[in-house]
Design a protein around this ligand. Structure first.
Ligand code: IMP
Ligand code: MG
Length: 191
């Protein structure tokens, strides 16, 4: 039998956060949220598609409170760089007026995405509004923001896995891995 390749995507450099690390951290975040929202009957997790899907579905299993979920589809990226312009491609369905909203993204880079969506949601008069992200590249922030529920701070790597992609590739990896962008360009060009 031909041995399976070490990584299913040859442009992967190394695993920086393992499945077990993610599982443990997601459990802790779930416990924090369960405790912080113990008096809330109207909690909604609002995930940004598509990168936050794995994170939201794992996190909700660790929240021992009544809750609902909703999603928005937004884009600000082309390839591996942020455009700074945040486009709402598809809005959330449920009315968040009077709800306790946790806005969830996969990763914070410049901060424009989560900041822009947060401002938009604020106008819709939720009872409360907090932010949550699996990853944060703090040194890349271009605006002053702090995530209320953060999984991990990471250095300035481009990463894929656990829902995160590079041009739609790599989302299915169960861990977070850094990308060798040189190798990627050799394989796919500049996009
Ligand atoms: P920001 O608006 O610059 O903070 O970028 C945040 C968005 O860019 C996230 O929703 C991700 O979709 C995407 N993004 C930023 N860095 C990465 C990365 O390293 N891997 C995959 N997606 C990323
Ligand atoms: Mg995104």
């Amino acid at each position: 039998m031909i041995p399976a390749p070490k990584y299913p995507y040859p442009f992967i450099d190394k695993v920086i956060i393992t499945e077990e690390d993610i599982r443990n951290r997601v459990q802790t975040l779930g416990e924090l949220i369960t405790n912080d929202y113990k008096d809330s009957e109207k909690l909604v997790l609002l995930g940004l598609l598509r990168g936050s899907v794995m994170f939201v579905t794992d996190l909700m299993r660790q929240i021992k409170r009544p809750m609902t979920m909703d999603f928005m589809l937004v884009s600000s990226y082309s390839g591996s760089s942020s455009s700074g312009f945040v486009r709402i491609d598809s809005d959330h369905k449920s009315n968040i007026n009077g709800w306790d909203v946790i806005l969830i993204d996969d990763i914070v880079d410049t901060g424009y995405t989560i900041h822009t969506v947060r401002r938009l949601l604020q106008d819709r008069k939720p009872r409360s509004l907090r932010t949550c992200a699996l990853l944060d590249k703090v040194e890349r922030h271009k605006i002053d923001i702090k995530i209320d529920y953060l999984g991990f701070s990471i250095p300035d790597y481009f990463v894929v896995g656990y829902g995160l992609d590079l041009d739609e590739k790599g989302r299915n990896l169960p861990y977070i891995a850094s990308v060798n962008l040189e190798k990627y360009k050799e394989m796919y060009g500049d996009g």
